[in-house]
Design a protein around this ligand. Structure first.
Ligand SMILES: [Zn+2]
Length: 193
């Protein structure tokens, strides 16, 4: 690391909303180590808000060699070696606000409509929100996705593995073909965004 970068990091810890607490802490938890002015979290370099962090994001997303990688790929380059709180969120925001990416991405976004606030649920096991993470690498049970279903009144969450093909099938059928967690009372499904 260039000495200027190191100095930038050392100086920036004190003004970072998270790391400033660590700089002033009397003792550090086992997972945090201070070495030569720099902090390491489980041997990943701690990167406060700084021009070094901006440079890392740029280098791992924007330079021609990186080829404007998507959020997941940019994350997979940074997360093994660096740490800061809400790192994925920072990377997501960085990638989403990248002008080059926005210019080159064909817009398939429907025109924005008005947001209709959801009616609060009145009974349990009637209103659900859902989120899908697919496709993921297949497990030995041939599952290649995760469905997270949250019952909106009690906030009770179910997380189930699912076969990618069945994920789509299980929605219109209200899950009757699926793992049997959807209520037959269900009448409102809300895609979680
Ligand atoms: Zn980009």
């Amino acid at each position: 690391m260039h000495p200027d970068d190191k100095q930038d990091l050392v100086d920036s810890y004190a003004s970072d909303p998270f790391f400033k607490n660590i700089v002033n802490a009397e003792s550090l938890p086992d997972v945090l180590v201070r070495h030569d002015g720099l902090f390491y979290y489980q041997s990943k370099l701690c990167v406060p808000e700084s021009s070094y962090r901006a440079k890392l994001l740029y280098d791992n997303h924007s330079i021609p060699v990186s080829g404007h990688l998507v959020v997941r790929k940019t994350s997979s380059r940074l997360i093994p070696s660096y740490f800061w709180p809400k790192m994925r969120e920072t990377i997501r925001q960085y990638v989403q606000s990248c002008h080059k990416c926005q210019e080159s991405k064909p817009s398939n976004q429907k025109p924005y409509g008005f947001l209709n606030p959801l009616e609060p649920p009145v009974e349990p096991w009637a209103d659900f929100s859902m989120d899908f993470a697919t496709p993921l690498p297949k497990t030995k049970n041939d599952n290649s996705g995760i469905v997270v279903v949250v019952e909106r009144l009690t906030k009770m969450a179910h997380i189930v593995g699912n076969k990618w093909a069945n994920v789509r099938l299980s929605i219109p059928r209200h899950g009757r073909k699926g793992p049997g967690l959807f209520s037959s009372m269900a009448h409102v499904f809300v895609p979680k965004r």
